[in-house]
Design a protein around this ligand. Sequence first.
Ligand code: GLU
Length: 441
Amino acid sequence: MTTTRFAPSPTGYIHVGNLRTALMNFLIARKAGGTFILRIDDTDPERSKEAYVDAIKQDLEWLGLTWDRVERQSERFDRYAEAADKLREIGRFYEAFETPTELDLKRKKQLNMGKPPVYDRAALSLSDADKDALRAERGNGVWRFKLDQERIEWTDGILGDISIDAASVSDPVLIRGDGQVLYTIASVVDDTDMGVTHVVRGSDHVTNTATQIQIMAALGHGHPEFAHHSLLTGPQGEALSKRLGTLALRDLREAGVKPMALLSLMARLGSSDPVELRTDMAELIEGFDITRFGSAPTKFDAEDLYPLTARYLQTLPLAAVTTELDAIGVPADQQDTFWAVAKENITTLKDLEGWWILCRDGAEPLIADEDKDFIAEAMALLPEGPYDSESWGKWTAEVKEKTGRKGKGLFMPLRKAVTGMERGPDMSALLSLMQVVRARG
Ligand code: GLU
């Protein structure tokens, strides 16, 4: 049974980078008819906030990324303690007392000598008496997992064959001096207990994966299949990590981006499949193939979300937008025509209001000097409203006959005078919705 999980730490709002992880895990589970777990990684009581847990759920619900169950690490400390005991029993867990400053100094020395900054395992040679003395002086030490110094290998679902020399990695700290259990061990215990079969996460976790594979083995378990997706960069290839805060899913929602536009982009970006708008989650699931993703950093441009959103909106029937149309005051009997006209000319639903104000109040006319007389003559021929779908055709035919103008020279000045713009919706439909034409004077 395929089981995947999305495991955010509730220390902030989730952004497009997190979405990439969530979506891949979701799509794998759904495509296989398996289970998708939302796992809240809240072992850090200071930084974890309930408000972020709620926000993460809201964001995923908005996107339709439904989970089968929620698990919380803060409810599983007993299991982590059992795993820690087991590691102690088998001699793979040791207490170390270096202060952060001491560790920093060791790292600097190693780097100066051209060596990789790997923890030197000095704590392994401490006697029980040394440890007692250090504990009395500094409090409890941290607990490190003793890596087997061999190559750790796996076939990654995206990166292919990986081989990491464990000797180039510091023995990971799994429990802090204050007793706080760290993600590295909590995640191992959870993935095992919950039968997680596939773990997709960012390539910043590759070293974690290496150590977690050894921890799982030490606890007597195999490991799930791992796939590490590339990290997102900005459109010019610049690091996105600092800007991710401005790409929170809720900000995109607020800006009017639609879920299927966002999902269509994120489910294909960085893969060899083209980005195409999908309006249906089932299609997105069906077409997903993780083996088509590459390891190169993936360029993300939030601007790409807007044409996709526009195209998505064009597919919507009136029934999908009546709430928005009611909210801006479009009368029920005009909504059908208004939506048909407006949907071709909006990027997000926020743009609807501008078009409605134009229909309701008219626009400041745009009249070039050389068209002044022409417009005055044309406006004298425009009857007072209400207009219908024939009005524009009849009026422009009459103006053409009386003034001799035709083609662009006829239509463009009229469009500009009526709408105040050079471009926009089909004029027959638009005029039929207009209650005021300000150029009439
Ligand atoms: N809480 C971890 C993170 O957000 C989860 C990583 C993982 O998927 O194992 O980075």
